[in-house]
Design a protein around this ligand. Structure first.
Ligand SMILES: [Ca+2]
Length: 264
């Protein structure tokens, strides 16, 4: 017995350390059954520049909303080692007819790729810092709101919480939505790459974080084609504004975006 006991805590420590390393540094594609899901969209961001056949580097509305502080400008999009890097910086930008205090980036597949139902996945590393708000989300094609599916949203001051949400039209108020959000508490998502996905079907949306289902919605499921958006917002009512500790430039790094259609 004495010979066994001293080794036990060491073994546990090693296993736990390996698990944490694997979780923190994950940059592996999640296995998706090709018998069930057929790939319909993929960008691995290996080309060194934005593939304009797939993406637009513009906000589909080009208007300020949610009290955000950034202007979305195309020169906030960078690439390094097969990773898209959306940069938020403390550089003024002209946007929606006025000078904004920050510049950041957005890419969307509006008018280039949209799909009704399917599986939609991002592999990404989020930035840390108060006032930073990275997101991977979906809006109707042609452009409308609501509905909206938020595959993931994160706030830079609390990078271990992923917000998984869908919005639908308010039953009485025009241009308003109702929504349900699951705030999933995980590891520090800014410490490495992680996958976030939804499987959207006519009667259900399932949200996955690193391949594990973390949320499910059974009501008010959108039934229109939707396009994809990836962006890094700065400030606004929800994240609050950056503070003196927020480091700029900040980068939202994306290893890939993929979509599938269910074939059985
Ligand atoms: Ca990549």
């Amino acid at each position: 017995m004495n010979g066994v006991f001293p080794r036990f805590p060491v073994l546990i420590l090693v296993v736990a350390t390996v698990a944490i390393l694997a979780w923190g540094q994950q940059k592996q594609p999640v296995e998706v059954d090709p018998e069930v899901w057929k790939l319909t969209f993929v960008d691995e961001f290996d080309g060194g520049k934005l593939d304009r056949e797939k993406w637009n580097p513009y906000d589909p509305w080009e208007v300020v909303r949610n009290g955000e502080l950034q202007g979305y400008v195309p020169n906030s999009i960078f690439f390094k080692d097969g990773v898209l890097r959306i940069r938020a910086s403390k550089q003024q930008s002209l946007y929606d007819g006025e000078t904004r205090a920050y510049s950041s980036g957005i890419i969307t597949t509006k008018s280039k790729f949209s799909q009704k139902y399917g599986r939609f996945e991002i592999c990404c590393k989020v930035p840390k810092g108060k006032g930073l708000w990275p997101a991977f989300w979906m809006l109707p094609e042609p452009l409308a709101w609501p509905p909206e599916i938020d595959v993931m949203e994160l706030l830079g001051h609390e990078t271990n919480v992923a917000y998984l949400t869908h919005h639908w039209p308010h039953p009485r108020l025009k241009d308003e939505s109702e929504s349900i959000t699951k705030d999933f508490k995980g590891p520090d998502f800014s410490a490495g790459f992680h996958t976030f996905a939804v499987e959207w079907e006519p009667d259900e949306i399932r949200w996955f974080v690193d391949g594990v289902q973390r949320h499910r919605a059974k009501k008010q499921i959108p039934d229109v084609p939707m396009f994809l958006l990836v962006n890094l917002a700065v400030g606004g009512g929800w994240p609050g504004n950056p503070n003196e500790k927020t480091e700029f430039p900040a980068y939202f790094e994306v290893d890939y975006v993929k979509a599938w259609k269910k074939i059985r």
